[in-house]
Design a protein around this ligand. Structure first.
Ligand code: IPD
Ligand code: CA
Ligand code: CA
Length: 256
């Protein structure tokens, strides 16, 4: 069997090149129901490519892709694929978009790859062996007070009201708050020490599985927003450099 990390890297790079190709073409995009929930030809083409490559190397594993749903296989071996994270950014030519691929064995994510093709930034984590950005070791920031922290969030298309309140509150207690539009890259930015923390209420396993491992392997902490143990299907994620984790759990559990 080939190393899942190598396969994920090769596949993410190939899918990233495909996305860059689509970036310069007129796109066909449709709404998946809500105004800000878009899907384009590029999302579908990228997922087809990724599933094809993973299937060739791991014919028996289960693949969970955002656009194509679950392709059932072995329950003990699962891939989570977001073929284009940051679709709204992508449709506007805003470069914060990426491919996210994670490999899980026996309910434990053991490989995570996030590739941002516009920047040619490749984030890779292997469970227990650390994380890298373009082959250089990653480390979270050392900021240890929320008042000094740059934090980030995202909004599910159906969750502007609730998280809008938390965005406003956090803007008063952190140094500053950002919203960049790609959960996988937001997590990678925590791992790289660019953000000190990231939270979002309603994400899926394909958004967070790779990024959460990258944060942990960079020395950061990942939990549910209420501080409970992180699960890839737990929806509400908090990822930080570890130092501001408790303060963020406290702030985000304040009823508003
Ligand atoms: C979205 C992005 C965004 C987050 C949304 C996700 P998509 O993923 O990660 O940052 O706020 O909740 O749905 O649709 O671009 O793959
Ligand atoms: Ca996504
Ligand atoms: Ca997507």
């Amino acid at each position: 069997m080939r190393d899942p990390v190598d396969v994920a890297i090769e596949t993410a790079r190939e899918a990233g090149a495909l996305l860059m190709d689509y970036l310069h073409r007129p796109l066909h995009s449709t709404q998946k129901g809500r105004r800000a929930d878009l899907v384009t030809d590029a999302d579908h083409a990228s997922e087809r490519l990724i599933v094809d490559r993973l299937r060739k190397q791991f014919p028996e594993s289960t693949i969970v892709g955002e656009e194509g749903g679950i392709r059932a296989g072995l329950a003990s071996e699962r891939w989570y694929v977001d073929p284009l994270d940051g679709t709204t950014n992508f449709t506007h030519g805003y470069p914060m978009f990426c491919v996210s691929i994670a490999y899980e064995q026996d309910d434990e994510v053991c490989a995570g790859v996030v590739y941002a093709p516009f920047y040619d930034e490749l984030f890779v984590a292997r469970r227990g062996a650390g994380a890298t950005l373009n082959a250089r070791p990653l480390r979270v920031s050392g900021v240890d007070r929320l008042a000094d922290a740059l934090v980030c969030t995202g909004f599910h298309p159906a969750d502007f009201a609730r998280n809008g309140e938390y965005f406003r509150m956090m803007s008063g207690v952190a140094q500053a708050v950002r919203r960049d539009g790609s959960a996988a890259l937001d997590l990678a930015a925590v791992a790289a020490g660019r953000f000190d923390g990231f939270w979002e209420f309603d994400l899926s396993a394909w958004d967070v599985s790779a990024g959460a491992l990258i944060v942990r392997e960079s020395g950061g902490t990942v939990s549910q927003i209420d501080g409970g143990s992180f699960r890839v299907d737990g929806r509400a994620i908090l990822a930080t450099n570890g130092h501001v984790h408790d303060e963020m759990v406290g702030a985000l559990s304040t009823p508003l």
